[in-house]
Design a protein around this ligand. Structure first.
Ligand code: HAM
Length: 461
C-alpha cells in the first residue's frame, strides 16, 4: 500500500516525537513493540481465551483493520472523544474516507449484517483478537495502537446473555491468574436516557462556569459524557449530579435486577457504579467495566467514580454492555446484542506486575542428542514426543551434552531423554531423572509409554 500519498486528516496537535528527523527512525509516540520476552504472556492469554470461548460455543471472527470511517461515526457517536478526537482517518486513492478501527464491535456488526448472519441460529456468539488504533494521549496503559480481546453475543435480548458475557469475562481473568471485579450500571432505554439527559442538562447549566472547556462543549453536544470527565475540577460536580439509575424505565430496571441476580448466582463479584456511562454512544441498559479487584476496593472506599482514568493507576481492564440499537443503525434488522472487550496491554501488564507465570505449563521433557547421527534422528523423536502430548523442548543446535543438560536443568524439566550414537545402534534411548541424575536405558519404540509412566509417578498419580 502506498501510504505516502494518502492524505492524513489527524487531530491538530503537533507530535514532536513522530516528526521525521534526520536521525534513525524510532517508534512513533504512543506505539509499542511487543518484545520476545513478553510473547509468553500474550500466548498464554490467547490460549486461555480461545479455549474458554470455544468451550462456551463462541466462534472466532476477524474483520479488517480498515473500514469506512462512516461506520464508526454512525455507531460510536458524534460528540464522543473517540470519534471527535481519536480516530485515525484517511482519504484513500478513491477519495473515500476510511479509518483504522478504534474498536471492534462496529466492524463485527457490519460483518453480521453483510454476511446474513441473522439467518443462522441465534444468538450468534463471536470473539475476536487484534489491534485497534486511537489517537489517545499516551500514558500508562493508554496507547495509540493497542489490542483487544472482544466477545459478542448477537441476537438475544435476555438477561442471561448479559450475564454470560460478564461471567466469561470474569472467568477469563481468573484463568490467567488475575483477580477482577465487575463494576456495573444500567443506562436504561434510549427514551429514559433522553429524559435523564434533560435533567442532567438542567443540573449542569447552573454550574457551567465551573466546568472545564471540554465539558462546556459536552454540555451542548453529549451531556452524558460529562459524567465521564477525568478533570479533577469536574469531579465534585459529578458526585452531586442526579444519577441515571434513579431515572430508569420499569423494563430496564427489571432487566438490571435480573442481570445482577444472575451474577450473584454465578458468584461473579460486582459493585454498582452509577458513574459508568462508557465512552461510546451505542449502549443501552447494562454497562459494565472490569477492574483489578484492588482498584475496585479503592473506588469503593474513597467513593470516587470509576470510569476509565478516574483513578490515576490502574486502568479498567475491559468494558462493555448491551447495544440493542447498533445493528439497525447500520442497516440491519433490529437485533439485540451484548458484548465486551479487554484491553490486552493492560491485562498483560497486570499479569506481569501480579507475577503471574506466563507458562500455562512448564516443559517437562528435554530431548538431548549426542553425535551427528543422533542429531539427524532428533527431529523425528521430538515430533513423536510432541504428538504424544509431552511438553517437550530441545536445542538442536547445541552439540555438547553437558551444555544441553545444563539448559534442561535451567528449564526445570522433570526428565531428559538422551539419544546417543550407541543407543541409536541398539534401538534404545536414555531417560535421565533430572532431580537425582539416575539414568535408565529403555527401548526406543517404547519411549512414550516409559516416559508417561515415570511422569505419572512423579506427579503422584
Ligand atoms: P472500550 O471501553 O472503549 O470498549 O475499550 C475496551 C478496553 O480497551 C478498555 O477497557 C481498555 O482496557 C482498552 N483500551 C481502550 N483504549 C485503549 C488505549 N488507548 N490503550 C490501551 N488500551 C485501551 C470498546 O472498545 C467496546 N467495543 C467494547 C464492547 C464490545 N462493547 C460491546 N462489545
Amino acid at each position: 500500500m502506498d501510504f505516502d500519498i494518502w492524505i492524513l486528516s489527524m487531530p491538530p496537535t503537533p507530535d514532536k516525537k513522530s516528526k521525521p528527523t534526520k536521525s534513525a527512525p524510532t517508534l512513533l509516540r504512543g506505539f509499542k513493540d511487543i518484545l520476545p520476552e513478553d510473547a509468553p504472556y500474550w500466548q498464554r492469554a490467547y490460549k486461555v481465551a480461545s479455549k474458554l470461548l470455544s468451550d462456551y460455543g463462541f466462534s472466532e471472527i476477524n474483520t479488517p483493520i480498515l473500514e469506512a470511517a462512516s461506520l464508526f461515526r454512525r455507531t460510536l457517536g458524534e460528540g464522543t472523544d473517540i470519534v471527535d478526537k481519536e480516530m485515525f482517518t484517511f482519504t484513500d486513492r478513491s477519495r473515500d474516507s476510511v479509518a483504522l478501527r478504534p474498536e471492534m464491535t462496529a466492524g463485527i456488526c457490519r460483518a453480521y449484517v453483510e454476511h446474513g448472519m441473522f439467518n443462522r441460529p441465534q444468538p450468534v456468539k463471536l470473539w475476536s483478537w487484534g489491534p485497534l488504533f486511537r489517537y489517545d494521549r499516551p500514558q500508562a496503559g493508554r496507547f495509540r495502537q493497542f489490542h483487544q480481546l472482544d466477545i459478542e453475543i448477537i441476537g438475544n435480548d435476555r438477561e442471561v446473555a448479559d450475564a454470560e458475557v460478564i461471567f466469561l469475562a470474569h472467568l477469563f481473568c481468573q484463568e490467567i491468574g488475575l483477580e477482577a471485579t465487575v463494576q456495573i450500571n444500567s443506562l436504561g432505554s434510549p427514551e429514559s436516557r433522553q429524559e435523564y439527559n434533560k435533567i442532567l442538562k438542567d443540573y449542569y447549566r447552573s454550574k457551567r462556569r465551573l466546568l472545564c472547556e471540554d465539558c462546556k462543549k459536552r454540555l451542548v453536544k453529549n451531556v452524558l459524557r460529562l459524567l465521564d470527565c477525568k478533570q479533577p475540577g469536574c469531579q465534585p460536580l459529578i458526585h452531586e449530579a442526579p444519577q441515571l439509575v434513579d431515572h430508569l424505565d420499569d423494563e430496564s430496571q427489571r432487566h438490571f435486577v435480573k442481570v445482577l441476580e444472575y451474577l450473584a448466582e454465578s458468584e461473579v463479584p460486582y459493585v454498582l457504579n452509577p458513574y459508568i456511562v462508557r465512552g461510546l454512544d451505542y449502549y443501552n441498559r447494562t454497562a459494565f467495566e472490569l477492574w483489578p479487584s484492588f482498584a475496585t476496593q479503592r473506588v469503593a472506599t474513597e467513593g470516587k467514580p470509576a470510569g476509565d482514568e478516574a483513578v490515576s493507576v490502574p486502568n479498567a481492564l475491559g468494558g462493555g454492555g448491551r447495544y440493542d440499537g447498533l445493528i439497525e443503525q447500520i442497516g440491519g434488522r433490529s437485533t439485540p446484542a451484548v458484548g465486551l472487550a479487554f484491553g490486552l496491554e493492560r491485562v498483560i501488564d497486570l499479569m506481569k506486575s501480579a507475577k503471574v507465570s506466563p507458562e500455562a505449563s512448564r516443559p517437562e521433557v528435554f530431548l538431548a542428542q549426542l553425535g551427528e547421527e543422533a542429531a539427524k534422528h532428533a527431529f523425528s523423536l521430538f515430533e513423536k514426543l510432541r504428538r504424544a502430548d509431552f511438553r517437550v523442548v530441545a536445542n538442536f543446535a547445541r552439540e555438547s551434552l553437558k551444555g544441553q543438560l545444563e539448559l534442561a536443568n535451567k528449564l526445570g524439566v522433570v526428565f531428559a531423554v538422551i539419544l546417543g550414537q550407541k543407543e541409536l545402534l541398539d534401538g534404545t534411548v536414555i531417560i535421565r531423572d533430572m532431580e537425582n541424575g539416575i539414568q535408565e536405558v529403555v527401548d526406543l519404540n517404547k519411549i512414550c509409554d516409559e516416559l508417561g509412566k515415570r511422569l505419572k509417578k512423579k506427579r503422584g498419580g
